[in-house]
Each structure stands twice: as C-alpha cells, then as structure tokens.
Design a protein around this ligand. Structure first.
Ligand SMILES: [Zn+2]
Length: 453
C-alpha cells in the first residue's frame, strides 16, 4: 500500500476535538501525522472522525442463531436452556460455514464502527468430536474471514477441558470444544504461524468450570510473554454457587487467588461480584470485558460499573452472542443498566459537566486496545489508522458537534449514523457499504441454506 492522506471535517484526537483534520497514513497502515488543513491529493470524507472501537468478545458461530432463541420453552427459560439450544446449532457448523458466517459478522461489525475483534473461538473439532487433520482448522477459518472483511483480529482459541468445577467430564454437547494442553498448544502455534500484521494471538480459557488452575498454569507457561488471556467469569448466579460449593470461593475471588492478574487478562462479564471483588479486580489491572446487550438478552444480571469506575477499573466492550452488533448500543445498555438499577442519570460520566457518551467511549477505547493488544484507540501518530466516521448530514447530527454528536450516536442514532470506516488506512466501509459486501453476503446466504437443509 502507498501512503495516503485522509481529510475529515472534524476528528477526536488525544488533544480533543479538532476541525479540518488531515491524517497521514504510512504504507504499513500506521498514522504518521495528524495536522490541521487540507493538502493536495487527500481523500476527503465529510463527517466526524473518531477512533474505531475494539470489540473484545465474539463467538462468531453464535451469529447464525440470532432470532431463533427468543421463543418461550416449556419451562422457565434461562442462560442454561439457551446454552442447550446454542450447542445444537454449534454441532452443525462446518469449517466453510464458520468462515462464511464469521466474514458476514465481521462486515457487520465494521459497518457499525468496530475495527478489531477478539474472537473467543471454542469450536475446534469435527461435529462428532474427532479433531481435524489441522487441529487449528476452525480458528484458521476465523483468520481467513477477518482477512476477507479487512477487520483486525485478536484470535483467542479456547482452552476447554472439563464440564464443571473440579475437572468433571464434559457432556456430549461439548465434544467439539475439548483439548488437553498438548493439542491446544499446537492450535496456538498454528495460528501464530499464520498471523499477519493485523493479527494477535492469545488464549481463552473458557471459564473456571472448563479448566483447572493446574492445566491453565501449564498452558500459560508455554505462551509468549504478554500474550492476552481472556476468561468468562461470574456471568451466572449458578456459576457463583457451584464455585462456592467446590472451592469455598466466589469465581472472581478464585481467579484472583490462583493467578497474578494484570492488564494481560480480560475478565469477560464479571457480572456477579461483591464490593471487595469489584475493588480487587479493578486494582489488579485486569480489564472487565462487558457485553451489555448479550448480558441483557441472556438475563445474566447487572455489572457493578459505577463501583468499578470509582475503583478506577478498566472496561472494554464486546458483542459476544451478537444479538446486536453495535458499539453505540452496547455502551448505551451499559449506562442504562446502571440508571435503571440506581434510578439516576448520567451514571458513568467521568465528572460534573462531562459527557456520558464521551466518558464511556474513551474508557472502552482504552480498555479495548489494551485487551486486544493492538495499536489502536487513538487518532495519533504511532497508532493504526482505524477510524470510524459519523455522517454529519444525518438529521440527528444536524445541529450537533463534538461530544454532543458522540452522545447523539450512542444514545439515539446507533449504527445508522456510521457512514465510513477505515482499518489501517483502508477505506473498507464507504457510504455505508462494505467494499466486498456482495461476495461475502452471497457466501453467508449459501451457508445458511446448507444449515437449513
Ligand atoms: Zn462469551
């Protein structure tokens, strides 16, 4: 790629909002400079440029069951009945299907303003549980999908060995997920060999139910220093009860006791915490990877975001089951959950007079970049040119600029306000259309047809 210059009417930079901004992008996709004024030969995109958002938690395969799990079952529906339905879908996906579903999902992510995805990938084996000849087959399909869509990816193959606390055997529905340390590390190695400049490789121990501390320590010892580690924790009350019954500790307590947490770790959900756990998780430097629309859809509970913020905890957001794919909607749901619980307003604004949308956006950019271990989250030299552009001509932005425009996007307009998205300076979404939209959509439709038959 050649170096390019992108010009925006306004942009959110580390120094605040700036008008009439030219961003110079080096051939490697990194930002070389950010200047005021419009030079010759720039690509002009009218609108409001903000750093694109990282999406730290994705299970791509779940995208194809959305809309199919919203009917009431014979008894009380819960996370656990939903999980049964999800396993049924997951058992049918072939490698081709996963690649097609993931590519469409990643296009949808880009069109909503995300530029990096953390893929927590636990479908490893053939439907009958036999490993593929290439044990990393399914995760490699996610890398191929990310490349086709152009999105950055932090691939997090899932370590899943057991069906419950204390090394219980897995259930038949989990047969595609299961690996011991050796085969799991072969998956990590295969992914590392294939990793391009927009890829990072980490791991995702599924949960404290699915690994033992001994197994996880063995795997971590074999990883490159600093490789990111994501784990589901304390999403469900039953998980807290099972953990207490097994160990006498709550899940977040157990995680903090067994491992030296740091910003290398992302605790996904961390919904059910005591005040002491909230404080200790914040102090550890681990990122809380929140998935507010999925957590609402699954009836998980409410994350203690105001207390976590007071303790200077770092948050990031993810679309998880992809019931919605929208940074705006996830940030909105996060804020609204606190308002509904506390009967208050502007719960997560960073202080008096500060915009709530801006406070949430800044926090999730910083935590998201850290969680993904990617050089993103700022329109500034040395960062990758991942930029989301809001359509300044949209009626909702007619008389809005700067933080008020961000608040209008997050609380009112959502995805409809995103017009253009760049990743590493590549103009992937142009006036609401992805550059490979037709091909990727055709493959997705074909996969759904195969899965329906
Ligand atoms: Zn998840």
């Amino acid at each position: 790629m050649q170096s390019t210059k992108l010009h925006f009417d306004s942009a959110l930079t580390p120094k605040g909002w700036r008008q009439d901004v030219t961003v110079s992008v080096a051939p490697d996709g990194m930002i070389a400079s950010v200047e005021t004024g419009r030079a010759e030969g720039v690509i002009h995109v009218s609108g409001i440029a903000v750093p694109a958002m990282p999406n730290v938690h994705s299970h791509a395969h779940q995208r194809f069951m959305l809309g199919l799990a919203e009917c009431a079952g014979p008894g009380a529906d819960s996370f656990w009945t939903w999980r049964e339905a999800m396993y049924g879908f997951a058992l049918r996906l072939s490698p081709e299907d996963l690649e097609a579903v993931a590519a469409q999902l990643y296009v949808d992510m880009l069109k909503s303003g995300f530029s990096v995805v953390g893929e927590f990938q636990y479908l490893h084996h053939q439907p009958d549980g036999t490993p593929y000849d290439e044990p990393a087959e399914m995760s490699l399909r996610c890398l191929a999908a990310a490349e086709a869509a152009g999105i950055g990816i932090t691939i997090l193959p899932t370590l899943y060995a057991f069906g419950g606390f204390g090394g219980q055997p897995p259930v038949p529905g989990q047969r595609r997920f299961i690996n011991g340390a050796d085969r799991f590390l072969r998956i990590v190695e295969a992914l590392s060999r294939k990793a391009g400049p927009q890829t990072r490789v980490g791991i995702s121990p599924h949960s404290l139910r699915a690994v033992t501390p001994e197994l996880l320590r063995e795997v971590i010892a074999a990883l490159p220093e600093g490789a990111p580690i994501h784990i589901h924790v304390a999403e469900q009350v039953k998980e807290v009860e099972d953990c207490l019954a097994f160990s006498g500790l709550r899940p977040v307590e157990m995680l903090l006791k067994e491992f030296p947490l740091s910003d290398r770790w992302t605790a996904i959900h961390a919904t059910h915490m005591t005040a002491a756990e909230t404080e200790a998780l914040a102090r550890s430097g681990a990122i809380a990877g929140l998935c507010p629309t999925t957590e609402a859809n699954l009836g998980d509970g409410i994350f203690p975001a105001t207390d976590f913020a007071t303790a200077r905890g770092i948050i990031a957001i993810g679309s998880d089951s992809h019931i919605t794919v929208s940074p705006a909607e996830d940030l909105r749901m996060l804020e609204y959950s606190q308002r509904l619980r506390d009967r208050t307003r502007n719960a997560l604004a960073a202080g008096p007079g500060r915009s709530t949308g801006r406070s949430l956006y800044d926090a999730a950019l910083k935590g998201g970049a850290r969680s993904m271990r990617q050089p993103v989250g700022m329109i500034a030299p040395g960062y990758r040119a991942d930029v989301t552009v809001l359509d300044a001509d949209h009626p909702l932005l007619a008389a809005r600029s700067q933080d008020a425009a961000l608040d209008s996007w997050i609380f009112s307009g959502g995805n409809a306000l995103v017009s253009d998205v760049f990743v590493a300076g590549r103009h992937l979404v142009q006036d609401r259309r992805h550059i490979h939209e037709e091909t990727i959509l055709r493959n997705f439709r074909n996969a759904l047809r195969r899965l329906d038959s």
